[in-house]
Write a protein that binds this ligand. Structure first.
Ligand SMILES: CC(C)(COP(=O)(O)OP(=O)(O)OC[C@H]1O[C@@H](n2cnc3c(N)ncnc32)[C@H](O)[C@@H]1OP(=O)(O)O)[C@@H](O)C(=O)NCCC(=O)NCCS
Length: 167
């Protein structure tokens, strides 16, 4: 398995993976619909840093860091923290037949290394209270569950925060 940064040439593979994940959700409120604005910036480095896991040519997992307020503004406001040097970890998805093999653990580990390299010092993430695998991935990396919110009157979410210590 190879983990690498995704670029525009991976766009169709990423859309296929998103479809696989959206079609196989245990509960549809586990996944916030992807806004057009997010999608437009999927391969723009100032906004998104997407890593993908490949088995041969097949994209079987992905997750990103998002560097724009459009993604993390609400969470920062709820947490009462400034928007500086922050990224949101999100769009964590593993093809349904590849789950529970530690693939997201590897992807998130790589994302955190990248975040440190580029001077990010806080990572926020939101997860449905019943989405146990997703929470497990975060708590294994010492993310703290800070509070519970309801987004768009429908999506219950815990907001997790990880403070990256300077090396
Ligand atoms: C969430 C998701 C990305 C995790 O990916 P993954 O590659 O399967 O994750 P990992 O294998 O690295 O880790 C999963 C962890 O959850 C644990 N886990 C899975 N199901 C569990 C359960 N029912 N109870 C307790 N722990 C569970 C695993 O044991 C593992 O923890 P460990 O490393 O301490 O053993 C994947 O399940 C997914 O794509 N889900 C659908 C989309 C989604 O919900 N995305 C998140 C939106 S916030």
């Amino acid at each position: 398995m190879e983990i690498r940064k995704l670029d525009k040439s991976d766009s169709q593979k990423l859309e296929d993976l998103i479809k696989n994940v959206e079609d196989n959700l245990e509960d549809e409120t586990f996944w916030l619909p992807i806004t057009d604005k997010s999608r437009e910036h999927f391969f723009e480095e100032s906004w998104t840093y997407f890593l993908g896991a490949f088995d041969g040519d097949e994209l079987i997992g992905a997750a990103g860091l998002f560097f724009n307020e459009h993604e993390f503004g609400e969470s920062c406001k709820a947490l009462g923290i400034k928007n500086d040097n922050i990224a949101q970890y999100g769009r964590a998805m593993i093809r349904s037949d590849y789950r529970n093999k530690g693939i997201m653990k590897q992807i998130l580990g790589n994302l955190l290394e990248h975040a440190k390299k580029i001077g990010i010092n806080k990572i926020v993430a939101t997860v449905h209270p019943k989405n146990i695998p997703s929470q497990k991935v975060l708590t294994n990396f010492k993310f703290d569950n800070k509070l519970k919110v309801v987004k768009n009157n429908r999506y219950e979410r815990y907001i997790f925060l990880l403070e990256l210590l300077e090396a």
